[in-house]
Design a binder for this molecule. Structure first.
Ligand SMILES: Cc1cc2nc3c(=O)[nH]c(=O)nc-3n(C[C@H](O)[C@H](O)[C@H](O)COP(=O)(O)OP(=O)(O)OC[C@H]3O[C@@H](n4cnc5c(N)ncnc54)[C@H](O)[C@@H]3O)c2cc1C
Length: 477
C-alpha cells in the first residue's frame, strides 16, 4: 500500500470525516468578472496564499498590488537548483494527488509531471545492529499502529490542554521486549507525527491531533519542484519585491499599507503574513488587532522543520529508498533522510529535523550541522559514506524574518476555532489568508491556496461583486 502519511495515521482507526465532500476548487486564472472595479487591493505576501488571492482578485476586475518583503516569490515554497537538481527547501510534497486537490488541477493545467513517494520504501537501521530484518520492521509497524489506535481512543475524551506527550508517556514507558523494536516504535511515532507536524509531542494537542483534513491519494513530488507552480502563478501580477510591510492602518476612511519603500493607499488589504511573523508582533495594525485574534495568534503553535541537503558524487543508499531512518537511544536529534534518487536519479539526500532539534541546528554552523548528518549516515552505511560531499544546503526557517518558523500546528490549549478567528476579516478592510487561517488544511500549500481564494471571495462579496460559484466545499468558513 502506498498511502500518504496523514492517511496512514487515519487508517489506524479507519476514520471517515464529515468534511470529505467532493469540492470544486477554482483555477487561479479562472475569471469571475471582466468588469474593472477600479478598486485597489494590496496583497501582503507573495506566497501561495497571496498569489492565489491576487490572481482571483485580478481576474475579478480588481487593481491588485502584491507587496513582498523578499526578493523572490513563493514564500515557504522555495526550490533550490544549486546542486544541479531541483530540491525543495520548503514545501516539497503535494499531499494527496486526488483530482480534487487544487494543486493537482494546476499540475494538470500547467502540464507538470509528478512522482509519488512510496512510503513503503522506508529503510530502518539501528546504530548498533545495522539494517533491520523484515520481521523486526513489521513488528515495529504493528506496535506503532496499536499505539496510534490507543491515542485515537483517548482523543475523544481528552481535555483541550492535554498534549500528545502526556498521552504517550505512560504508553512508551510500558514498552517492553526487544530493545530494537522499542527504539523502532519511538522512531516510527516521531517520524509519523513529530516530523509531519514539525513539532515535538509536548507541543502538539492530543484532542486536535490529525483531525485536520487530508486529500486522498499519494504524496507526490513535482518534477522541477514547487517553483514550477510559483512561476506560473506570478504571471501577470504587479509584485513589488523587497517591500517590507511595517504597518497596516485602517483608522481613516481608506486603508494604508506602509512598507519600507513608502505608503500604498488601497480599499482593502489581504494579510498573508506567516503565523511566526504575526507572533512577533512587529507589524503594527492601527487600530490594534482585536484581543481574540491576538490570543489565537499566541495559542496556535508554529512548528519548525529544517532540511539538511547533501550532495554526493555517488549514491550509497538503496536505489528505491524513499526514507531512511536511524534508530538511536534517543529520538531527540536528526532521525530521518529522504533521498532524492527516486525523483531525480541524483545522489542527493535530504535530512529532516523537526521541533526543538530543528530550532537548535540554527544555532550551529553549517559545517557542524553537516558533520552531524554525515555521522548519522555513517552509523547506517559505514565507510561507504565518503569523507567529502559534493555540495550542501542547510535551511534556517526559524531565524528567517519572513517566516519565523515552518508551518502551524495545533498546540495544547489551541483548537480549530483559533484558525477561524485568525481568518476573520476586520471591518471589511483587512482580510486574512495563509496556511494558519485554514482550519481544515492547516500547515499545507493547498490550505494556503484555498485560504487565498477564500479571502479574495470575501472581498468580492463585501463589494457586491462576489460570485458564489467560487465558494468551494473546501472553504473553512
Ligand atoms: C521546511 C518546510 C517543509 C514543508 N513541507 C510541506 C510539504 O511537503 N507540503 C505542503 O503542503 N506544505 C509544506 N510546508 C508548508 C507550506 O510550505 C506552507 O503551508 C505554505 O507554503 C504557506 O503559504 P502561505 O502563503 O500561507 O505563507 P508563505 O509562503 O510564508 O507566504 C507569506 C509571504 O509573506 C512574506 N512576508 C513575510 N513578512 C513580510 C513583511 N513584513 N512584508 C512583506 N512580505 C512579508 C513572505 O516573504 C512570504 O513570501 C512546508 C514548509 C516548510 C517551511
Amino acid at each position: 500500500m502506498n498511502r500518504n502519511r496523514r492517511q496512514a495515521l487515519k487508517a489506524a482507526l479507519l476514520l471517515t470525516s464529515p468534511w470529505l465532500t467532493a469540492g470544486r476548487a477554482i483555477r487561479a486564472d479562472e475569471s469571475t468578472s471582466s468588469v474593472k472595479t477600479g478598486q485597489t487591493v494590496v496583497v501582503i505576501g507573495a506566497g501561495m496564499a497571496g498569489l492565489a488571492a491576487a490572481q482571483r482578485l485580478q481576474a475579478g476586475g480588481y487593481n491588485v498590488i502584491v507587496v513582498e518583503g523578499r526578493h523572490r516569490a513563493g514564500g515557504r515554497m522555495w526550490t533550490d537548483y544549486s546542486l544541479g537538481t531541483a530540491v525543495d527547501l520548503g514545501a516539497a510534497w503535494i499531499h494527496g494527488d486526488a483530482a480534487r486537490n487544487p494543486l493537482m488541477k494546476m499540475v494538470k493545467q500547467y502540464d507538470l509531471l509528478t512522482k509519488a513517494t512510496d512510503w513503503d520504501e522506508t529503510w530502518l537501521y539501528d546504530d548498533s545492529y545495522g539494517e533491520l530484518e523484515d520481521e523486526t520492521y513489521d513488528t515495529i509497524i504493528r506496535k506503532s499502529e496499536q499505539i496510534i489506535e490507543r491515542l485515537y481512543e483517548e482523543q475523544s475524551t481528552a481535555p483541550i490542554g492535554r498534549s500528545m506527550a502526556d498521552a504517550l508517556a505512560p504508553i512508551l514507558k510500558g514498552l517492553s521486549g526487544d530493545p530494537i523494536v522499542q527504539r523502532g516504535v519511538r522512531w516510527w511515532l516521531a517520524s509519523l507525527i513529530e516530523v509531519e507536524y514539525a513539532a515535538n509531542f509536548d507541543q502538539l494537542s492530543l484532542k486536535y491531533w490529525n483531525v485536520d483534513e487530508a486529500y486522498d491519494g499519494h504524496d507526490v513530488i513535482i518534477k522541477g519542484g514547487y517553483q514550477k507552480i510559483v512561476e506560473r502563478l506570478v504571471q501577470g501580477l504587479d509584485i513589488r519585491y523587497g517591500h517590507v510591510v511595517r504597518q497596516i492602518d485602517i483608522s481613516q476612511s481608506g486603508s494604508l499599507v506602509t512598507t519600507d519603500q513608502g505608503v500604498i493607499e488601497c480599499g482593502q488589504a489581504v494579510v498573508t503574513l506567516p503565523l511566526g511573523v504575526l507572533k512577533q508582533g512587529k507589524i503594527k495594525f492601527n487600530p490594534k488587532l482585536p484581543d481574540e485574534k491576538v490570543a489565537s495568534i499566541e495559542r496556535i503553535g508554529m512548528g519548525v522543520m529544517n532540511k539538511v541537503v547533501l550532495e554526493f558524487k555517488d549514491r550509497f543508499w538503496p536505489e528505491d529508498a524513499s526514507c531512511l531512518g536511524l534508530l538511536k537511544k534517543s529520538t531527540d536529534d536528526l532521525t530521518e533522510f529522504m533521498p532524492m534518487t527516486p525523483y531525480t536519479g541524483k545522489a542527493v539526500i535530504v535530512g529532516f529535523t523537526r521541533g526543538r532539534h530543528a530550532k537548535s541546528i540554527e544555532t550551529m554552523s553549517n559545517e557542524d550541522v553537516i558533520q552531524a548528518a554525515l555521522s548519522d549516515l555513517r552509523s547506517m552505511f559505514g565507510s561507504r559514506v565518503p569523507q567529502n560531499i559534493a555540495g550542501s544546503v542547510v535551511t534556517r526557517w526559524h531565524s528567517d524574518e519572513f517566516s519565523r518558523g515552518s508551518y502551524s500546528c495545533i498546540s495544547p490549549g489551541s483548537s480549530f476555532s483559533d484558525y477561524k478567528t485568525l481568518a476573520r476579516p476586520i471591518d471589511n478592510r483587512i482580510f486574512f489568508a495563509g496556511e494558519a487561517t485554514h482550519a481544515k488544511y492547516l500547515g499545507t500549500v493547498h490550505g494556503a491556496y484555498l485560504s487565498g481564494e477564500r479571502a479574495a471571495n470575501e472581498i468580492m462579496q463585501s463589494m457586491g461583486s462576489g460570485n458564489n460559484t467560487t465558494e468551494t466545499s473546501d472553504s473553512n468558513r
